[in-house]
Each structure stands twice: as structure tokens, then as C-alpha cells.
Design a protein. Structure first.
Lengths: 485, 68
């Protein structure tokens, strides 16, 4: 469970990490945009949201100690860590023990919630005449087709489809999901891991990569970020005007279209439509995590899925289709060549029928996946999220015997845990050993130590520092000896 | 006088350690047998040892019934 939530946390932390890495004046510029503030607010954890909400209408700073008092004593560490996170994101500012929301963020989040300020940051709806053919349903199938075509290309089953555009391939190459080889592009280990992620994590990965690309091309990152946050707060199925977009944003628009995140009737058309891939990023993360939150109570976990965000958009292939038996056999109700290709990464497939395939998890098939860099947790998360509705009702979703077995297979591969190190032995005196032991302990480089044998193993980095210490001690001793003469 | 030796620390379960000790009789790669779960070995042999252990473990695995 913890690990399953882990993947969810991870992708959020990556966009958070990116924001943290921005210098202060950049952050202020990002915050000056109500849509960005709202999108960031939506990405915060529940406790983080609580903290921001409680402080939103406070005009003066309050004592940090008072903030901690909001939680019961046994939950204070959690609040502390959240406060720390918010400060790293530069949402909270601290001055002499008093904290307050960053003034820009406070003002713009108020604007976002209550209306007012510059609302064009939420996208300008297109008011001209539009063709009637773009409906929510059509957009969903368009986006899924585009996105799956890219995933297809990655697994190398693109014989019947044309390869994706150069910019898509460029991003796949840059993010090291694929690499060039003699016979065209080839998927890498991180590409295999990418395939097993849920769609929203995948989209985040692509967007983050796009930010890095923008940096490399010396585009204004704030412009790109603001546009990105604007896109995630758009409403599905409505046309938006491209008029107010800058040139960089126009360029980005075209490239995101090729990923199926947006749709334009034609290149340079005056309107564009967001698809569910991008609009569900900030709001829909809850619906993606819902199928995962199975350990507590499966029933509440299932009812927590908002009907609207799941029902009308999810293609049959997005719903659970895998049945896993306690004897490791796998039955998957799917016709999608992509899903079959992904399953083939770690399942020994046996039969294929018109609407379903059978196979089994075997030691060899799982080891093959492990050797490609896929982790046991990724396999388990994938099987859990795609479990058939019949299995979703159970706690845990997957048979424990099978999940344990997968983890055991992984452990078996990593029986030796090697660490590059230095080994110290033959200490002359006890005091000498203890002095070095103490020093190594202080700088935290000890891997193994034995007081009886007076032996010590430290990391490579630790060795350099210890060597310096010994050298300076020798020099000091030599100087002392010279002075004594 | 203190001696510092460069190498690789291996953390493993006692069973794997026994296997490594057995492999060590053929060609000496263990620099120091630290304790039940730790060995200090020559870094250049690491990959070969890992492969050898993996092969040995593989030959000791039996599938219960052929895959369907």
C-alpha cells in the first residue's frame, strides 16, 4: 500500500521539485497568475491544502508555534514537514518565527477562488463558430488514440501506424525513454518503467521533460509553466481562443497537440480544445489514486471515484481487465495490442482469443522484467490498477501469495548488496581506532565496524575525508616534533 | 600502522555468504571475512561473483509443473 501511494507521491513531488528549484523571482512570477496558484493549490496534499486555506484570509503573519498547535500533539511532526514543504515551494514565508503566505500567492489564490483579477489566465473561451464534430466523447477517443499511438511506438508495434512526429520523438529521446540504435529507435529500461505508470504520471513526465527542453532552448520557463498551469485548469470539451497566446506558447500548443493533450482543427486555427489527458492532471489525480487506495476499505475507495471523471471518458481498455489467480495465472480481457505488449513484459503469455488472453507469471517472465529495470512494485501497482472490477472489491486486490512471490523473485536477484568501500585494519592502539571511529561516525560514512577486531569499513567518499584528517594530523605531529627540536 | 584497502563491501544473507566462501576456494577474491552477513571483496570480481551466484541459484530452482 505504502509503495502504491508512493508512485502517486513521486510524480507530484517531481513537479514540486521543479518548482522548488526555481529561483525566488521566478516563483513570484509564476504566482502572479491565478490559474497557476489554483493548479499548485490543487496539487498540494490534504494537510497542505488545510494549512493554506487556514492562512488564506489572514492579512498579518502568525506565530509558527500557533500553526503547530492546530494539530493534535501526535500529528505535529506531519504538520511540521508540510510547513517545511510549503516553505520550500515559497508559498509560505517565515520571518522571526512568524509565518504568512507569500503575498502574491495569497492575493492570486483569493482571486482564483472568488473571481476578480486577471481572469484571462484561465484561458479565453473561443466565441466564434465551431464545427459541431468535437464532442467530449470524440475528444476522449482522439486523445486516447494519439497517446496510445505513442506508447505503441515505444513498444515497437507501430507497423500499422505511422511513427509519431519529430518533436514527439525528440522528447522521447531526450527523456531517455527511447534511444537511437541501428534499427531505428529502441526503448530503454526507463521506457519500460514509463509504460507501467498510470496515464497521469506519464503525462507529467512528458510535461516536465518539456520544461527541461524549454530551458535548453532558452525559452522563458515562467511563460511555459504558466501556460501549462493554465491548460490543466481548462474545462474539457470547450474551445479556447489562441489569440492571447505568445509565440512560444503557440509553439508549445502545436507540440502538445501531437501528444494528444490538446486538439486543434488545423495548424494555426483560432481555437483549441484541451483533452481529458491534460484537464484531469490536477483535479483528476484523486480519481487515479482512488483505485489504489484499497487497503483501508475497498468499498469507500471505489465509491470515491467521481462518476463523471471516470465513466464517460474511460475507454474499455482503461478499466480493469486483468484477473490474477492465486496460482499465478493471468487472464486479461483485452484486444488492445498495446496492453498485450505491456503485459508481455512480465507475463508468460500462452493463449490469445478474440477478446482475451491467458498467461502466467513465472519466475522466468518476472525475472526478464526485473532484468529490464522494472521493479516488483511497478508490476504489482500495474496489476492492481488494472485489476478486473470483480477483483477490485477484494482486500487486498491481488492474492497475497502472488505479490509476495513477485517480491521474493526480486529479492533473489539482489541477494548481494555491494557498496564500493575502503577497509581499515591493523590499528596500532585502541585510542587510534576509537578516534577514527568517532570521526567516521560524525561524518556518517561507516558501513561496518567491529570494536573487537578493530576493523572499519567506510564509503569511498568517507575515505577521502579520513585520509585528509590523517594527513593533517601527521603534519601537525611533524610540526610539533620539529618545534620540540 | 593502519592499512587501508580498496574494495567492495558485500552485505548478504548467511546462505549467500556460504556460497561465496565456496566460490572463494577456487580463486581468492575475498579480502576479509567480516561477519555472518558481511564480506569485503576485490571490486574487480564483483560482477563475475554475482553472475556465478545467480547461475548457482538458478540451477537450484525447480518449477512446480510446467507453465500452462
Amino acid at each position: 500500500m505504502a509503495t502504491q501511494m508512493g508512485s502517486e507521491e513521486e510524480f507530484k513531488s517531481t513537479i514540486a521539485e521543479y518548482l522548488e528549484s526555481l529561483p525566488a523571482q521566478f516563483c513570484r512570477r509564476v504566482f502572479s497568475n491565478p490559474a497557476a496558484c489554483l493548479a499548485i493549490f490543487r496539487l498540494l496534499s490534504t494537510v497542505g491544502k488545510h494549512l493554506v486555506m487556514s492562512m488564506l484570509y489572514l492579512d498579518s503573519a502568525i506565530k509558527l508555534q500557533d500553526v503547530y498547535q492546530w494539530a493534535k500533539p501526535d500529528h505535529q511532526p506531519l504538520v511540521r514537514s508540510k510547513v517545511h514543504q510549503l516553505r520550500k515551494l515559497q508559498i509560505l514565508t517565515e520571518e522571526r518565527g512568524n509565518v504568512s503566505l507569500s503575498p502574491v500567492f495569497r492575493e492570486q489564490l483569493r482571486n482564483a477562488l472568488t473571481g476578480g483579477g486577471d481572469f484571462s489566465s484561465f484561458g479565453i473561451p473561443f466565441t466564434g463558430a465551431v464545427s459541431g464534430r468535437v464532442s467530449k466523447k470524440w475528444l476522449a477517443s482522439y486523445a486516447n488514440d494519439r497517446w496510445e499511438a505513442i506508447l505503441h511506438f515505444m513498444v515497437g508495434h507501430s507497423a500499422d501506424a505511422e511513427p509519431p512526429s519529430e518533436s514527439v520523438r525528440g522528447i522521447l529521446r531526450m527523456s531517455r525513454l527511447m534511444e537511437d540504435s541501428a534499427e531505428g529507435m529502441k526503448i530503454t529500461n526507463s521506457g519500460f518503467q514509463f509504460l507501467l505508470q498510470d496515464p497521469s504520471s506519464q503525462v507529467w513526465t512528458v510535461l516536465l521533460q518539456y520544461l527541461r527542453l524549454a530551458e535548453m532552448q532558452e525559452m522563458d520557463v515562467v511563460e511555459v509553466l504558466n501556460f501549462m498551469f493554465q491548460l490543466v485548469s481548462l474545462q474539457l470539451g470547450r474551445p479556447y481562443s489562441t489569440e492571447a497566446l505568445t509565440r512560444n506558447q503557440q509553439k508549445m500548443l502545436a507540440e502538445l497537440c501531437s501528444f494528444g493533450l490538446l486538439y486543434q482543427d488545423s495548424v494555426g486555427a483560432p481555437q483549441f480544445y484541451p483533452t481529458h489527458l491534460i484537464t484531469s492532471l490536477s483535479s483528476g489525480s484523486a480519481s487515479h489514486s482512488a483505485p489504489l487506495s484499497t487497503s483501508g476499505s475497498a468499498a469507500t475507495g471505489r465509491s470515491a471515484i467521481p462518476a463523471a471523471s471516470k465513466g464517460e471518458l474511460a475507454k474499455p481498455s482503461d478499466q480493469g481487465f486483468i484477473i490474477l489467480e492465486t496460482n499465478c495465472r493471468v487472464y486479461a480481457y483485452t484486444q488492445s495490442a498495446l496492453q498485450i505488449a505491456i503485459l508481455n513484459l512480465f507475463v508468460h503469455l500462452v493463449n490469445r482469443f478474440p477478446n482475451f488472453i491467458t498467461g502466467a507469471l513465472t519466475r522466468d517472465s518476472v525475472r526478464r522484467a526485473l532484468s529490464r529495470g522494472i521493479t516488483a512494485d511497478q508490476i504489482i501497482t500495474f496489476l492492481t490498477t488494472h485489476a478486473h472490477p470483480q477483483m477490485q472489491g477484494r482486500t487486498p486486490v491481488l492474492p497475497i501469495t502472488v505479490t509476495d512471490q513477485i517480491r521474493l523473485w526480486e529479492q533473489e536477484r539482489n541477494r548481494l548488496r555491494p557498496t564500493a568501500a575502503y577497509f581499515y585494519k591493523d590499528f596500532g592502539q585502541k585510542a587510534e581506532y576509537e578516534r577514527m571511529f568517532k570521526y567516521a561516525q560524525d561524518i556518517g560514512v561507516i558501513l561496518w565496524a567491529s570494536n573487537e577486531k578493530r576493523q572499519l569499513v567506510v564509503t569511498r567518499q568517507g575515505h577521502a575525508k579520513i585520509a585528509e584528517l590523517v594527513k593533517s594530523q601527521r603534519a601537525a605531529a611533524a610540526a610539533a616534533a620539529a618545534a620540540a627540536k | 600502522m593502519i592499512k587501508a584497502v580498496k574494495g567492495t563491501l558485500i552485505e548478504c544473507d548467511p546462505a549467500a555468504r556460504e556460497v561465496l566462501l565456496k566460490l572463494n576456494t577456487k580463486d581468492q577474491f575475498i579480502i576479509e571475512d567480516l561477519d555472518n552477513t558481511h564480506l569485503f571483496i576485490n571490486s574487480t570480481h564483483l560482477e563475475r561473483v554475482q553472475r556465478a551466484l545467480d547461475e548457482l541459484m538458478n540451477s537450484n530452482t525447480y518449477e512446480v509443473g510446467a507453465p500452462p
